[in-house]
Design a protein around this ligand. Structure first.
Ligand code: NAP
Ligand code: MG
Length: 517
């Protein structure tokens, strides 16, 4: 969409601020779209966030034993802004020896300092990290949008605050482990090797580090190759918070090399992985018999289920939020809309009208709803699956929108006429593509929703409380949202059934994943 490109009337600033509040896709409870009224179309002035709040260095080292260091063989690669293809910085590429140094440092710190430290002391460090994250939140948000391509409104209002909230929440547990219900004298597992993806780089780092540290483990974190910058800024924050050296180490570099060396390292006692189901399965095979603890958070193909008695205004917003939040690059994205047949036409029509108002473009523009796809390989995958959808006979629709000529972009897309056997109804697309299927009865909705190898999340939209409870019991998914979608809270456990993985992050259960009893 290019409306913000034409509009440079600065008097629009106040109007755009209002719209900013009411039409964001990060929020399902925004102002409802008016019933049969045609959409009101505003013109927006550009409202770019300032890049000057981030101080990009030309190159970044590995964070090992409390200091930023060069990799032993001095290898590096470039990370780029997916919205512009501009190179942001040169990033150290860790080799096997660097991984070994990081794991050794983590092992020493665990035994000598962090493990024996009273929980109340560990809590102070975690609170300090959380507070510095808040102080530097604008910097974190801009960096995240630059490196990942996501809209600044999402980094600012979702990713960064939730990441800080995880540190605050787990700081509160650090001196209460005896009361967490895992039995007497729960002990840390040891050194955690943590591998995270590119879709929520900072938030995934927080989900991994905060509970591990609260429980007395030390960490070696490997961010995704395409999004290392916010984890490196977090390392700087950890330095600023004066954490003892070696408690947190961040190693950047290729998953196939540095990631594989990390999880295989005999000094690693627990592996926590979030990413593709394919790599997750490889890790499970590679770790079989090693005795290492393992938790996996993998892909999904969530159903957003809308009954004819649903509160429709909210449901439309929830469907949009469910699949277009973060460009659909979300493991729990509501990528399948299951809508009751009696209202299918009206829902699809209203959905299309709503999608025509989405603004696709510059991630740093506060008016932007959809940013860039994170990397070219992901864009290829989305294109390939969308083409398969057409080839298999589904009907493809996108609102008219002008995509930027540089960078990696994919227009919001809806497929109707989708059958449950189609690839776009079965495979995780991890992009802004919604597959619409219909059902007649609640039983059919459950059967269709569960007709997948995944089981991460689901949404149910209905006014009937008893139906929500029944559906929640029938759906094989780790999270079921009622009349909402993509809601996260550090107190709630999150994780999958079946090929979506095992283990929970968040809440008391997330703490248990880092404790031996
Ligand atoms: P991926 O390959 O599984 O990457 C996730 C993380 O694992 C990255 O840090 C990656 O490093 C690392 N890694 C890759 N191979 C490894 C190995 N053999 N041993 C240890 N670590 C390894 O995911 P992707 O290639 O970025 O994305 C592919 C698909 O995964 C997406 O299309 C999407 O369907 C799914 N995905 C799911 C989630 C989720 O939250 N569940 C997140 C991201 C992607 P590198 O970045 O260096 O490769
Ligand atoms: Mg990969």
């Amino acid at each position: 969409m290019s409306e913000h490109e034409h509009a440079n009337n600065s008097e629009d600033a106040a109007v755009s601020d209002l719209k900013d509040e009411s039409a964001g896709i990060g929020e399902t409870s925004g102002h409802p779209v008016a019933g049969e009224r045609p959409e009101q179309v505003f013109e927006y002035a550009r409202a770019p966030e300032s890049r000057s709040v981030v101080h990009l260095r030309s190159s970044y080292g590995l964070f090992i034993d409390g200091a930023f260091v060069e990799p032993v063989d001095a290898k590096s690669y470039k990370t780029e802004n997916p919205a512009t293809e501009e190179v942001l910085a040169e990033i150290a590429a860790a080799g096997v020896e660097d991984v070994d140094r990081a794991v050794q440092a983590a092992g020493r710190a665990q035994k000598m300092v962090w493990g024996p430290m009273p929980g109340a002391e560990r809590a102070k460090y975690l609170f300090r990290i959380a507070r510095i994250m808040q102080e530097r939140s604008r910097e974190l948000a801009v960096l995240e949008s630059l490196d990942n391509g996501k809209p600044i409104r999402e980094s600012r209002d979702v990713d960064v605050p939730l990441a800080a909230a995880h540190f605050f929440y787990y700081a509160g547990w650090a001196d209460k482990l005896d009361y967490a219900g895992f039995g007497p004298n729960p002990a840390p597992i040891g050194v955690a090797g943590q591998v995270i993806p590119w879709n929520f780089p900072l938030m995934m780092a927080a989900w991994k580090l905060a509970p591990a540290l609260a429980a007395g483990n030390t960490c070696v974190l490997k961010p995704a190759s395409t999004t290392p910058l916010s984890a490196l800024l977090l390392a700087e924050i950890i330095q600023q918070a004066d954490l003892p050296p070696g408690v947190v180490n961040v190693i950047t570099g290729a998953g196939s090399l540095a990631g594989a060396a990390l999880v295989a390292h005999p000094g690693v006692d627990k592996v926590a992985f979030t990413g593709s189901t394919e790599v997750g399965k490889d890790l499970q095979r590679a770790l079989a018999g090693t005795g290492k603890h393992l938790t996996l958070e993998l892909g999904g193909k969530a159903a957003n289920i809308v009954f004819e008695d649903a509160p429709l205004d909210q449901a439309i917003e929830g469907i949009v939020n469910g699949i277009f939040f973060n460009q659909g690059e979300v493991c729990c994205a509501g990528s399948r809309l299951l809508v009751q047949e009696s209202i299918a036409d009206i829902v699809v029509e209203r959905l299309k009208r709503r999608l025509a108002t989405l603004r696709v473009g510059d991630p740093l523009d506060k008016n932007t709803d959809l940013g860039a796809i994170n990397n070219p390989a992901q864009l290829d995958k989305i294109r390939e699956l969308a083409a398969a959808g057409e080839a298999e006979g589904a009907i493809r629709w996108s609102p008219s929108c002008t995509l930027p000529s540089k960078g990696y972009w994919f227009a919001p897309t809806v497929f109707t006429n989708v059958s449950p056997a189609h690839r776009i109804a079965q495979e995780e697309i991890f992009g802004p593509v919604l597959s619409v299927l219909t059902f007649r009865t609640p039983e059919e909705a459950v059967a269709k929703a569960n007709n997948t190898v995944y089981g991460l999340s689901a949404g149910v939209w209905t006014e009937k409380g008893s139906r929500i409870l029944w559906m929640a019991g029938q759906l094989r998914a780790g999270v079921v949202w009622a009349n909402s979608f993509n809601r996260f809270d550090p107190t709630s456990p999150f994780g999958g059934y079946r090929e979506s993985g095992f283990g929970r992050e968040g809440g008391r259960q997330g703490l248990g994943a880092y404790l031996d009893v």
